[in-house]
Design a protein around this ligand. Structure first.
Ligand code: R2B
Ligand code: URA
Length: 306
């Protein structure tokens, strides 16, 4: 149950500092975190040393709404009339802080979330933050799950269904493991108390929404419906329950640095039944509020363990 698992998890994490694995960094007189608009010589300790969670999702509007919805769970009460400000000084990413939580947008796709992860991680390392966990919340295409289901990822797999990311670095291919932290995933999943389904499973992460995810409705398609279904069924048989575009990068980055991370995404549709995202704006917004409610409930239960 939550209490027992949380006790163990937070005992292990509480003292952990963020270790940047780059020997060159320490010789920089100033490190400009260009895309979020901070520098290592800013007073990052007083701004960010109390951060325990980075909750990140694609769109800035959603992350702002989410930040506002977390005030109660985070035990934060703003003076009447005050509002959370976007702390990013650029318009690439939005960054909101609610007590121990950073609610930050990452844009779409792995290149976008990669830049954010490098800079937010350095920011928190410079700030001296301890015991930080990271969670991506998002939307996805379900594979053999009911639309509206919440999927908490075990392992991210690439578009070839392999449990690692292939990165090209200095012209060479490097493979990085893309596992999430199981305890964090279990803790989060245990907080769902609604009747709609929640599942643990693998997430396939691709560099494209259309051909990369086996859709038949892009502007280019050189395969037929049977090829698509064969592949999706193979993915499903291998344990894949949803498809999106960032978890592989997110898992490989956090795994490499030893930062506990989890990934929570609602399935907007079941890809075994179609490709178009059919639901009304109202349904879509209700679906995408599910990961938010789950994380708010997780946060509320977790605060006493910090
Ligand atoms: C899910 O939704 C977006 C594409 O529609 C992408 O950011 C993702 O991972
Ligand atoms: N996001 C994706 O990447 N794929 C989907 O099918 C839905 C949302």
């Amino acid at each position: 149950d939550f209490a027992k698992l949380a006790e163990t998890f937070y005992n292990e994490q509480r003292q952990r500092i963020i270790e940047i694995q780059n020997p060159h960094i320490s010789s920089l007189p100033n490190d400009f975190l260009y895309h979020i608009g901070y520098a290592s010589t800013d007073d990052l300790v007083s701004l960010f040393s109390d951060v325990k969670y980075v909750f990140t999702g694609g769109s800035s509007g959603r992350m702002q709404k989410f930040a506002n919805s977390l005030k109660e769970a985070a035990g934060v009460k703003l003076p009447t009339g005050a509002q959370l400000a976007d702390l990013s000084t650029t318009d690439r990413y939005s960054l909101f802080k609610v007590g121990p939580v950073l609610s930050v947008s990452h844009g779409m796709g792995m290149p976008s979330i990669s830049i954010l992860l490098h800079e937010i991680t350095k920011l928190l390392a410079y700030a001296g933050a301890t015991g930080v966990s990271m969670v991506r919340m998002g939307t996805s295409g379900g594979v053999g799950v009911e639309p509206g289901s919440v999927v908490v990822t075990t392992t991210a797999v690439n578009g070839s269904l392999e449990p690692f990311q292939r990165c090209t670095i200095l012209g060479e291919e490097v493979k990085r493991t893309s596992e999430f932290n199981d305890d964090l995933g279990d803790l989060i999943a245990s907080c769902w108390d609604e009747d709609t389904p929640i599942v643990r499973g693998k997430t396939m992460s691709t560099d494209d929404f259309y051909e990369g995810q086996g859709r038949l409705d892009g502007a280019i398609c050189d395969y037929v419906g049977k090829n698509k279904m064969d592949f999706l069924m193979k993915a499903h048989k291998g344990g894949v329950r949803n498809i999106e575009m960032e978890s592989l990068q997110f898992a490989s980055f956090t795994h490499r640095l030893g930062i506990p991370a989890a990934m929570v995404a609602v399935a907007l549709l079941n890809r075994l039944e179609g490709d178009q995202v059919p639901a009304s704006a109202e349904t879509l917004s209700e679906y995408s509020a599910r990961p938010q409610r789950l994380l708010a409930s997780f946060l509320k239960k977790s605060i006493p363990y910090h």
